[in-house]
Design a protein around this ligand. Sequence first.
Ligand code: ASP
Length: 347
Amino acid sequence: MTKPPRVCILYTGGTIGMKRTPNGYAPAPGFLGEQMATLTEFVSPALPPYEIIEFDPLLDSSNMTPADWLKIAHAVAAHDDEYTGFVVIHGTDTMAYTASALAFLLGGLSKPVILTGSQIPLCEVRNDAVENLITALLIAGNDPVPEVCLYFGGKLLRGCRAVKVNASGLSAFDSPNYPPLGIAGIDVVMNWSAISPPPAIEGRVTVENAASPLVGVLKLFPGIAPWMAENFLRPPLRGAVLEAYGVGSGPDHDDRLIQAFADASRQGIVIVSITQCRQGMVKLDSYATGSNLAKAGVISGMDMTTEAALTKLFYLFGMGFSTEKVKEQIAANLRGELTPARPAWVK
Ligand code: ASP
């Protein structure tokens, strides 16, 4: 028998619930819940029943760390039995990182976990908070999307494909390499063919206790000095996302720079190349400038976002995998974060 809808709001912070202070907007404990209790939209019987779990401290998401990703993942797992869906209220600045991390950290997810927030706080008369939160609650209560998603500005996106694309516009997120999972217009239209199927065996959601976030991001730019790469690509670093040009090109006329990548790979540092372009896929063998990076040990991150590639490395090393296993899993499509060259059924 299907359970009646009931949504758990995990309130972690962000602009949506902030208050004006002399230093600008800042999180204020209890303030979001107090406002919601007075607004007719949030007490409407058309909404699924919901409860708010407020995190302490509430954070501007610029202060989020991997420990906070784990705290959210554990809260989902702890309350999994009680609810039909979760809404994670979160600041927009690092929301795509948290959405990607949760996608990897939560195993066997059979219900929606939807991150949302707003660019303008709920306390302002003109805001995007009401629409974002109401629609996220409705989807979490009514649509059995077994994925970590991000709802913002009328679009339901796969969490591990989402990126923040606008610092000031209200349509602040997109998933350039994957279609939206749903669009909210007059009706909320779900794109079921783009949504992952539920786990084959329904059980409790699991949390991978990923520790030691010894991963980072290096962006290539014209004139990057080898010493910059050398200083970054050294133990205890275990994994690096390399934001390369186009389909994965990088400067290969600088032997010392290429040597820095080769030395790092030899020391077991996994270097994953993704594109600096908004859309498209890394293909290291297209140009000599990509092949030479591949010869130095750089591997393709296909069409993953920086956020997905970084949190995937964090998750894989957290699982305790060997360097070889991490490299193998980077190429695998674990949560819909990348577009495989061939679907799994093509032998
Ligand atoms: N700085 C805020 C945060 O990420 C921005 C926002 O929520 O829109 O928490």
